[in-house]
Design a protein around this ligand. Structure first.
Ligand code: SF4
Length: 149
């Protein structure tokens, strides 16, 4: 089984701060050769570091930077490229970074840049799910692996 994994979870410094969000257990999967890494925001053409972004209109899926600039197109391009990678590698499960406007699953920030969470999925997560790929967050992955032990 190959997983699609948010690159920041295994140490790539691709988040908006130019930092990573390493999760040791997820990095181990990658080291075993069981995962493909990706960062949809970089794939969409955004630079690191960058301003934080949030989905400001959930229904229409509009993404803006904290300065107000509309970056929806970059997020949509990144999601499309992520789906292509997933399909080419026959990925069935993606482990993605919680709460991100690209990778978040189940809960995302509400678009007010005030750390409030609402129900919803990031742009890439929505597209992967629509195409039958199961998405879990690193938090869910850690809970599942804990229960198994
Ligand atoms: Fe990590 Fe996804 Fe954000 Fe890239 S877009 S930094 S992979 S959470």
């Amino acid at each position: 089984m190959k997983y699609l994994i948010s690159a920041c979870l295994v140490g790539k410094k691709c988040n908006y701060k130019g930092k990573s969000n390493v999760v040791k257990k997820i990095k181990e999967i990658y080291k075993k050769g069981e995962a493909i890494l990706f960062c949809p925001e970089i794939l969409g053409g955004l630079k690191t570091p960058r301003e934080s972004a949030e989905i400001v209109e959930c229904d229409g899926k509009v993404v803006k930077l904290s300065s107000g600039k509309d970056v929806t197109e970059a997020f949509v391009i990144g999601a499309g490229k992520a789906l292509k990678i997933a399909k080419e590698n026959r990925i069935e499960i993606a482990i993605l970074k919680a709460k991100s406007p690209s990778c978040g699953c189940g809960k995302i920030y509400d678009g007010t840049f005030s750390k409030n969470l609402i129900d919803g999925d990031g742009i890439t997560t929505s597209l992967l799910k629509l195409n039958g790929i199961k998405v879990i967050t690193e938090e869910e992955f850690l809970k599942k692996t804990k229960t198994k032990k």
